[in-house]
Ligand binder design. Structure first.
Ligand SMILES: [Zn+2]
Length: 370
């Protein structure tokens, strides 16, 4: 072989290598049509471990790509759900207690706002009150997470297409029996002007289509999973069915909100029940995503709650003999991230919580959006 043809050969090989790298790169850049972000509030690695040990198998095991994130907020080593929800929804850190604003009070654009601009439908399905810190971070901008009167009003204004959760008592004027509002605003009337409203799971399950819908299924947070005749998986199925009607796709945020509450109470049985309920939603999202082929599912937590460990147990029957809690509050321990579908490869590794929000927003944005 002449020196010249040897050179030519080397060039061809080099070009082939470049082409291969480039095509792998564009596969990484592929944008999913739909995104389902699932948040187990307070769900650390130990909470998932417990559910796995006790129940044997989990849908969370179906993911092949995993990462871990560190959740600290702008002003605290240990985040609350407001700052963590904001980081997941916007890609930026803020102070504890703040939803959707930066530490200087400037609004941070969230993934649902980007989704609307890209022509996508938007929704949330949660087991807490709809205006609790995590869902609030995806549908409002407010300086204090517990100012529910303001947040409920801002959420109605925000206009997600589908909202499923609890909190009915905060939509009626103060003078109404059972109202938890501190003002006389009749938010239920305002809500009905903008969207269909149902207040029972039965009515929700019978709906075949809805352009805009609020399903507010309890006065406060949704009941313990054993005391409902539906799972978070059922709510997720319905949210997907109602959202999946548009070529541009949708963004859905699902939260297993009360894993956190059980962690605060150091209540192991409830942690298990809430984590299993959350796992039913993971099944619903993954089953849809596998069939659809163009849906990214990301499962994570906003922080760990309880400082949970298992100093004693039995390998033979997977029994947790003793669960030990080092805190009745949140901890700084890293939490898991699971990802499936187009764009999932971005979530392998170890990173800050803001990486989750930033990456999801990049994947939601249409190419023309700044
Ligand atoms: Zn908490």
């Amino acid at each position: 072989m002449s020196l010249k043809s040897k050179h030519l050969r080397l060039w061809v090989i080099l070009l082939l290598v470049i082409a291969t790298v480039a095509s792998a790169q564009s596969a990484t850049d592929a944008k999913p049509k739909n995104i389902i972000l699932m948040i187990g509030d307070g769900m650390g690695v130990a909470h998932v471990t417990a559910a796995k040990l006790v129940y044997g198998s989990l849908n969370m095991e179906r993911f092949k790509i995993m990462g871990m994130h560190i959740s600290g907020s702008a002003n605290s080593y240990i985040t609350d759900s407001a700052a963590a929800g904001t980081a997941l929804a916007t890609g930026y850190k803020t102070n504890n207690d703040v939803v959707g604003l930066d530490p200087d009070g400037k609004p941070l654009k969230n993934i649902m706002e980007y989704a609307k601009e890209a022509g996508k439908r938007t929704g949330i399905a949660v087991t807490s009150i709809l205006f609790h810190a995590t869902p609030a971070a995806f549908s409002s901008h407010h300086k204090a997470r517990y100012e529910y009167d303001d947040i409920t009003a801002k959420q109605v204004e925000f206009g997600l297409d589908i909202m499923i959760g609890g909190g009915l008592d905060n939509y009626y004027p103060k003078s109404f029996p059972g109202s938890r509002r501190r003002d006389e605003r009749h938010l239920m009337n305002e809500l009905r002007d903008k969207m269909s409203v149902v207040t029972t799971y039965k009515a929700l399950s019978q709906l075949k289509r809805a352009r805009n819908l609020a399903a507010i299924l309890d006065g406060g947070h949704l009941p313990h999973p054993a005391k409902r005749d539906y799972t978070l998986g059922n709510l997720t199925d319905k949210a997907i069915e109602l959202l999946n009607v548009k070529d541009q796709g949708f963004v859905l945020m699902v939260e297993g909100s009360q894993i956190d509450h059980a962690g605060h109470d150091n209540d192991m049985d409830r942690i298990l029940a809430e984590t299993l309920d959350f796992d039913t939603a993971v099944k619903s999202a993954l089953d849809f995503a596998e069939k659809d082929g163009n849906t990214l599912v990301v499962v994570t937590a906003d922080h760990e709650t309880g400082g949970l460990t298992f100093p004693m147990g039995s390998m033979e029957n997977g029994k947790i003999v003793k669960a030990s809690f080092s805190s009745d509050n949140h901890t700084a321990a890293m939490v898991p991230v699971f990802a499936f579908g187009p764009g999932a490869e971005n979530f392998g590794g170890m990173y800050d919580i803001t990486h989750v929000g930033k990456t999801l927003i990049e994947l939601v944005k249409s190419d023309e959006q700044p």
